[in-house]
Design a protein around this ligand. Structure first.
Ligand code: SAM
Ligand code: SF4
Length: 317
């Protein structure tokens, strides 16, 4: 279905939980999230109904996210059922990777085709700092397990953070030389008011191009990243610029939160509840959400806080 600005909306991101086994400083508070009552969250059946409603309106691509989707007990069943919905051509998942050693193969068997894995540093001490509670070895074991499980595509997402990982841009990009993965640098979005990073930590995507002049431009693959490649590398380097060069005019997505709110835009405070609705009711709400999707996210620069009114772990990135 197209929205009022003529954009074809064919992509839904579903956050299946707000909970996480990490506490990344740009994403959520140190104390974690106050666990909402079970009754306030979507059930598995409601999530699948929402996928069916979305598919009936032309959504053919899903991304499962969180919080950390792999801490959700029924994650394999959600993925398997979502992948089986008529019209859904592709189920992808975004994870911090920690639980991939045990779940990579089962996820692949459940029908997940592509994985995005988040990794902001290759330094153990810095990993422990940025995630507050994580160990780098766990994330690396997850990436290895993903490579062995035969996904169609693996992408690593790195949030650019000034004074933290700007000295690792080259080292992280080097991963694409030796592994068939894409490494995507993402501008940090000013989501969380109490977050640990202010304007001084914002790095524009252009810094990557300055530091890596050998990058060669590559044809876009239909995603939101500008693509480049190091000479002779196996994978691409992608640059995602939600702040400095937003891609709202080509935005094709809607979002569903774990507590059952449809969001037409990541940074908008507009939310439409669908918890407890039957298929037809969900479909009607979804039609309205798609039609009324805002023209752009209104995030002018790194000083402007997002209007989303939620931390990233409560939306799904
Ligand atoms: N837990 C999973 C993970 O980390 O991949 C999935 C959820 S996480 C919210 C999804 C993505 O959002 C991650 O790649 C994360 O780095 C990114 N993210 C979180 N907060 C962000 C922020 N303030 N700016 C830019 N990206 C952010
Ligand atoms: Fe958890 Fe992902 Fe947020 Fe990190 S970015 S705290 S792993 S939800």
């Amino acid at each position: 279905m197209t929205d009022q600005y003529g954009r074809q909306i064919n992509y839904m991101r579903i956050s299946v939980t707000e909970l996480c086994n990490l506490r990344c400083r740009y994403c959520m508070p140190a104390e974690g999230v106050c666990k909402k009552s079970h009754e306030d969250m979507l059930t598995e059946d409601e999530m699948i109904r929402a996928v069916e409603a979305a598919a009936s309106l032309g959504v053919n691509k899903l991304r499962i996210t969180g919080g950390e989707p792999l801490v959700k007990k029924n994650i394999l069943s959600i993925c398997r059922r979502a992948a089986a919905v008529e019209g859904i051509g592709e189920v992808c998942l975004t994870t911090n990777g920690l639980r991939l050693p045990e779940l990579a193969k089962p996820l692949r068997e459940a029908g997940v085709r592509r994985l995005n894995i988040s990794l902001d540093t290759l330094n153990g001490e810095k990993y422990a700092y940025i995630t507050r509670i994580g160990r780098l070895e766990q994330a690396m074991a997850g990436i290895r397990a993903a490579l062995e499980a035969g996904f169609e595509k693996i992408k690593i997402n790195t949030v650019l953070i000034g004074g933290f990982n700007d000295d690792e841009i080259g080292t992280l990009a080097e991963l694409t030389r030796y592994y068939p993965i894409d490494l995507r640098f993402i501008e940090m979005m000013p989501m969380y008011d109490g977050g640990d990073f202010g304007r001084e930590a914002f790095i524009p995507y252009t810094r990557v191009l300055e530091q890596l002049p050998e990058l060669e431009s590559v044809e876009p693959d239909g995603g939101v990243a500008r693509l480049y490649r190091l000479p002779g590398a196996l994978g691409n380097v992608g640059l995602i610029s939600p702040v400095n060069a937003h891609f709202c005019a080509e935005c094709n997505r809607i979002r569903l939160t774990a507590d059952g709110k449809l969001k037409p835009c990541l940074h908008s405070d507009r939310e439409y509840p669908i918890k407890g609705l039957d298929f037809e009711q969900m479909r009607r709400v979804m039609e309205k959400v798609i039609y009324e999707k805002p023209a752009w996210h209104g995030l002018l620069d790194a000083d402007n806080r997002s209007h989303a009114g939620r931390n990233m772990n409560q939306i799904g990135g």
